[in-house]
Ligand binder design. Structure first.
Ligand code: DX5
Ligand code: ZN
Length: 245
């Protein structure tokens, strides 16, 4: 499996001090920052958009290589993922991870959605790559892992994702209970794709990391477990060092 990466979710940071919170988390040993973007439509919660991402970008050094330290891993919980690709690139996003359900949803096919915003997961991944970012594709708990074979097995490298995100809670809020029921998806992905970056998000912490790492996840998101810790640096290294079986 590829190297372990810890991506604290700034959803649990102090939003009134976001720049400093981001800087501090990287100094405490975080590899990436996981940036949760919610539109109040795809999920029943709102966070922030490109202006805020652009401002916190200046508090964290840009990664010097793909997947490097300081990568902004933007988790796009939004109904129209294609619409925001260029704005987030400009703001400093490095990895644009959209939801499979949004790229295929009735929202994306509603009459209000103009034809240039209609897209398929393959087309969207190509579009993200053409805009100079890494591409991720996320699935909610209700979505079967099988829907991912189409992009992962695409004959065109530009249509294949650089990362898959398996949600281990219903997206929308931090601090929810980890759903171990999602781990068979991770196991199956790891078995088929030994080199794939597989991210897990939701309820990860010292009590759940071992099962996730054993299943084959290598990109670990943690919000409340890192930002709520007495010693965040210790939690970050514990999450990174959990040995896969
Ligand atoms: C939930 C977000 C997560 C969230 C995780 O929709 O995608 O990134 O911040 O929070 P914890 O780690 O507290 O479950
Ligand atoms: Zn997230």
């Amino acid at each position: 499996a590829p190297k372990a990466i810890v991506a604290p979710s700034i959803l649990s940071a102090d939003f009134a001090n976001l720049g400093e919170e981001c800087r501090k988390t990287i100094a405490q040993g975080a590899d990436w920052l996981h940036v949760d973007i919610m539109d109040g439509h795809f999920v029943p919660n709102l966070t922030f958009g490109p202006p805020v991402v652009g401002m916190i970008r200046s508090h964290v050094d840009k990664p010097t290589e793909n997947y490097g330290k300081g990568t902004f891993d933007c988790h796009m919980m939004i109904a129209e993922p294609k619409k925001w690709v260029k704005n987030f690139k400009k703001a400093g996003c490095d990895l644009y991870c959209f939801h499979y359900e949004a790229a295929n949803s009735s929202a994306a096919e509603s009459p209000e959605t103009t034809s240039e915003l209609r897209t398929s997961p393959r087309e969207l991944i190509r579009y993200i790559h053409d805009n100079g970012m890494l591409a991720g594709i996320a699935i909610k708990p209700a979505t079967k892992v099988d829907v991912l074979w189409d992009v992962l097995d695409s004959p065109h490298a530009k249509e294949r994702p650089d990362m898959v995100l398996v949600m281990t809670v219903e997206p929308g809020f931090g601090g929810q209970k980890f759903m171990a029921s999602e781990l068979p998806k991770v196991q199956e992905l790891r078995k088929r794709y030994p080199d794939l970056n597989i991210e897990v998000d939701g309820g990860l912490g010292p009590g759940t990391i071992d099962q996730a790492a054993d299943a084959g996840a290598n990109v670990i998101v943690a919000g409340s477990a890192v930002f709520g810790a007495k010693d965040p640096a210790e939690v970050i290294s514990l999450l990174r060092e959990a040995p896969p079986d």
